[in-house]
Design a protein around this ligand. Structure first.
Ligand code: B12
Ligand code: SF4
Length: 227
């Protein structure tokens, strides 16, 4: 399948960063699928949206995966509303902290515009979903999947399969950010997921789990590349 992964722009924060979630998802999906990445973090709002919609028209993806947090949700909403206007058969999947936590609201607002939401770690569930859609197999048991169940209702599977050992994940695919890495002279990496504390204002424990999973020192420092 051809999958477009997009990180929507925000009109409020102008960080020229690149989200690591896309790099991890891409590495996982590329085991079987073709992936195009569109990172609009720190890019001009309107231009980014029109550039994305032109690319969708041109490249005709089977699936659009929208990755967002609360601060770039307005850009995400524009994208969500636009994709099925281009082609109603494109499957729209949401993931990241905001839709994962607010999946009820997402289905309430965008029932006709979205197909699936994946909660928490996305690598394996998204890969399994794309494989199932491609081969016409059942997807209803995928861990953390939220899917439509007819007549404006939906079902949310519990997150039953987390990545226990982060070293098992494919090395993140930073290819989409190589230009920014060269220009800025630095690169991001992340070496753990979760937190044993549970501060009321923070989503980390509810999203990743109230425990901590870490990469090994060998994976972080010994890979000869970015972890
Ligand atoms: C690193 C980081 C930063 C870095 C960003 C560097 C970069 N690479 O761009 C810096 C320090 C710059 C930063 C800034 C900010 N951050 Co910050 N940041 C983080 C942090 C610690 C890790 C993010 C990360 O890289 N995760 C690793 C990747 C692999 O995970 P992921 O992106 O979530 O993706 C996974 C899943 O979500 C899922 N997934 C993601 N997208 C999709 C899409 C689909 C279709 C599917 C199926 C699945 C899926 O699969 C991925 C792989 O498992 C998180 C907290 C945390 N531990 O998660 C906060 C966090 C994301 N940040 C947060 C905030 C608020 C901000 C700021 C707004 C702070 C501020 N007021 O300025 C700014 C925003 C700047 C911006 N425009 O991006 C909040 C967001 C909360 C919310 N509800 O939106 C978080 C969650 C912290 C918190 N717990 O409150 N941040
Ligand atoms: S719950 Fe969030 S804010 Fe509190 S210690 Fe953990 S990561 Fe930090």
């Amino acid at each position: 399948m051809r999958i477009a992964l997009v990180y929507p722009p925000t009109s409020e924060l102008n960080l020229k960063g690149y989200p690591l979630g896309l790099a991890y998802l891409s590495a996982s999906l590329k085991r079987r699928h073709k992936v195009d990445i569109y990172n609009y973090n720190g890019c001009e709002f309107r231009k980014s949206l029109s550039s994305f919609f032109s690319s969708v028209k041109q490249t005709k993806p089977d699936v659009v995966g929208v990755s967002f947090n609360s601060f770039n949700r307005w850009g995400a909403y524009k994208i969500i509303k636009g994709v099925k206007k281009i082609n109603k058969d494109i499957i729209v999947v949401l993931g990241g902290v905001h839709p994962s936590t607010m999946y009820g609201q997402m289905f309430e607002y965008f029932y006709d515009h979205i197909d699936f939401i994946i909660q928490s770690d996305g690598e394996e569930p998204f890969y399994q979903l794309c494989n199932a859609l491609e081969s016409g197999k059942d997807y209803k048991n995928i861990s953390g999947l939220v899917y439509k169940d007819g007549n404006k209702s939906f079902k949310a599977n519990s997150v039953t399969e987390k990545v226990i050992n982060l070293d098992d994940l494919a090395m993140p695919d930073y290819s989409y950010a190589s230009r920014r890495i060269k220009d800025t002279g630095f690169a991001y990496l992340i070496t753990s997921r979760g937190c044993p504390v549970n501060c009321s204002f923070c989503s980390t424990s509810s999203f990743w789990g109230q425990n901590i999973r870490m990469n090994s020192p060998e994976r972080v420092g010994g890979g000869g590349g970015l972890c």
